[in-house]
Design a protein around this ligand. Sequence first.
Ligand code: KG4
Ligand code: ZN
Length: 336
Amino acid sequence: MPLKKDNPCILAIETSCDDTAIAILKDNKILANVVSSQTIHEIHGGVIPELAGRAHLQFIVPVFQKALQNANITTQEIDAIAFTQGPGLVGSLLVGCQFAKGLSMGLNIPLIGINHLKAHIAAHYLSDKTPKFPFLNLLVSGGHTQIILVKNYLDYEIIGTTIDDAAGEAFDKAAKMLGLPYPGGPLIDKLAEKGNPNAFVFPIAKLDDFQYSFSGLKTSILYFLQKNNSLDVRFIENNLNDIAASIRYTIVKTLINTFEKAILKYQVKDIGLAGGVSANQLLRKEFQYLANNHQINAHIPAFEFCTDNAAMIASLAKYHYLNSDFLDLKSVPFSG
Ligand code: KG4
Ligand code: ZN
């Protein structure tokens, strides 16, 4: 293997769910951040794992070529290959894993396995103003909702989590009940901008410690829609913006209330928001207000680094590289 560098050029691959993404980090800058989102799942109301795996196979080579072209580099300039090891869909992860192993072997450079959730947090290290350790991070994605105490680049402690659905899942399931296509989170967010958040009242779950729960909200939305639809068949159509705004308000309030308890307990000076739901406009605003109220610093990634992308994989991979945290090609470097 070649000698290790202080400032490596890393090609990173992300295929944990339904986005085929490749990014290139060089001289601490993201030179390419290519994401190909699979639209095939829209009509199914959710990600179909087998279709996702097949689509990754189809897109991974064109995405790789586009990334090299955007970065304007050759494969000879790459010092390491990183890929998402998990969590994620097995068939999707396998495509990225095998592509990464092939590149690592062919180019004779190290292979780095990355945890997808920790990588969402590493999106913060791509901005000009990075959080100071230790900081508390609210991780909100389609599959996870966690409060994490980040002690260092590679040292994390999960202090709270959801006991049922994730925040993104709550948005997507609510959207499905409203007849919106998958993923519904961004659509609810857009519709909510023109609605009244206090038009309808939904329950805010209050749990012990730093736990979350969204399944009660899901049931209450279902009963609410059934009841009102039976009285007026055009209820959803006529009240879509207000319903979306009320649902968004409830999910955001739930997230912020519990996270505030963690701020009070851990007394950190910096807080971070990460994961796909961090693209939510109301959540971004409320997170900033929360930081202002406690006179601490809020860190929210740029939109392109919120939802799944490979730049965040490259960002975390750099610290694994500096730590010589490389995988053995003969092992099965994969955890679904
Ligand atoms: O992190 P991510 O891209 O994939 C996972 O790791 O799960 O998160 C995807 C989730 C989906 O549930 C999607 O609906 C949600 O993030 N999402 C949003 C918004 N943008 C993406 N939810 C609410 N408002 C948004 N603007
Ligand atoms: Zn994600």
